[in-house]
Design a binder for this molecule. Sequence first.
Ligand code: FAD
Length: 566
Amino acid sequence: MRADYMRYRARMSSTTDRRRSFWAWGFEDQLPTQDARQVLAQSAAALLGVAAPEPCPPPDFANLALPPPRVAPPSALVDYCTVDARERALHTYGKSFLDQLRAFALDFSSPPDFVILPRDEAEVIAALSACAASGIAVVPFGGGTSVVGGVECPLPQGGRGIASLDLRHLNRVLEVDPVSRSARIQAGASGPQIEAQLASHGFSLRHYPQSFEFSTLGGWLATHAGGHFATVYTHIDDLVQAVRLVTPREPNGIVQTRRLPASGAGPLPERLFLGCEGTLGVFTEAWLRVQKRPHLRSSASVAFPDMPSAVAATQGVAQSGLFPSNCRLLDSGEAMLAGAGTQPTLLLGFESAERPVRERLESALSLALSHGGSCPQGPQHREGEPNRGSGSDAASPPSSEAWRQAFLAAPYRQSALLCSGFLADTFETACTWQSFPALSRAVRKAVRDALVSHCGAGHLMMRFTHVYPDGPAPYFTYVAPLPGWSGPRDHAAMVPRATAAWHAVKTAASDAILEHGGTITHHHAVGRMHKPWYIRESPPLVSAALRAIKQTLDPHALLNPGVLLD
Ligand SMILES: Cc1cc2nc3c(=O)[nH]c(=O)nc-3n(C[C@H](O)[C@H](O)[C@H](O)COP(=O)(O)OP(=O)(O)OC[C@H]3O[C@@H](n4cnc5c(N)ncnc54)[C@H](O)[C@@H]3O)c2cc1C
């Protein structure tokens, strides 16, 4: 096991030594070049029918002045705490549009006072205990890819300071049970770290959110993360066997649930903690259900003359009992962006390590064709060696390659568009098939009206990321000119105008979603951003019970103040 780990470390060192951007998505060296940004800006301007705004170079870390820490790390923790400016900046925000906007404008007014980097669970326990004793709030931090304000560090009322607790050193697969096909994995392990270590055992977790490269197991558990499986194993929850977390309750604040394939014994303890967004405890490890690496794949790409027939076909496949791994419906805007044509397009994919999936694909395809679809390229069937990779094979089957590349590049494009004077963002939900048509109409109208009135123009696209027999998970992307954009000049005036426009769009979209039977989030989580709508959709007695649980596990309200609960 140790030798495997050393080999894995050697393999990963080339990626872990790269620097993450302090303001944008991903690695610093992956931001599209100035020329590429210009091409992107020209396409966005043409799409919106506006002139391309004057671009601005990315911000320079050397120009950033952080407020000094209000408190020093408690003396018991100094061995594994840092007040390094770059670390504090990297832990100030997640990666939502608003996070990137503020960081781009070098607004880092609320960084953590220090960052805690525990090397094992004992240091997590010590950190919570010392911070509780010193009146310092703690924000658990995985990959920092939250898009809902989940890792921000605002000083709570009456608090002395606030620290970010980064689990990055707890990044190992500790144990594999090949008989039960499960693995014990530390919570700070990122997607590539998990896949690389499981590969040496011939297994894969096969959980590939779009943020896979940087997000971590702990973050996934804390936010009900959604992976690439469009049906059945849609959320990380479906892969969880048991969890272990440290709560701030003293003494004995550890919760360890039992390893069971299923249980009918009362409310399930894992389910209490999944989606807790760092408010009830800190996940340190979990047992996950793993799978053999698939090498039998069948896929097809089906184009439709209009959205209603594409939606009807997707609903038919979702209710057919065929359970494709990939069942993504792209509207015409998404299809064009992905280089998958100009019509609404359904991407279908099946995969297995055990038996051919050709017949299931052909059944799903004939169902889709019966709704008026066409499949000019025909079905694709592939048999190959199980991929030992890092997720690069995984998000979708081969015929969807163009879409997959666009999927992974999209977050870098969002950051590049920001430097070019455009607002690009996404929001998502889930609803029943019955409510989808009215929800879709209402959201499109509300968002387009808000974009036109606050940004002068806008373009909205939609895809289904996941589908269930009773409804889809629609995912919307929009792009608009950034109001108040002043090119390379001072951004002080631009930020409030752009923020107000973003809020107007968010409110219009979220209100329309809730009014038409959707949830405020299918997999992006609640954080601080979605809290007003989460409170509206949550039964009041459930909110009261959650507050009582918080009081039991975190009596001094140490963890992630302001997230999920008031
Ligand atoms: C470009 C992009 C694409 C994305 N794609 C997807 C997607 O496909 N599917 C999806 O579900 N989400 C997606 N997200 C959202 C985000 O990646 C997920 O919410 C992810 O699960 C967060 O993981 P993380 O490790 O980065 O957690 P962080 O962002 O660090 O934290 C998220 C929340 O979890 C808490 N937390 C983190 N670690 C722990 C822990 N060990 N114990 C307790 N609480 C903890 C934090 O306090 C915070 O509230 C995307 C985000 C971006 C920016």
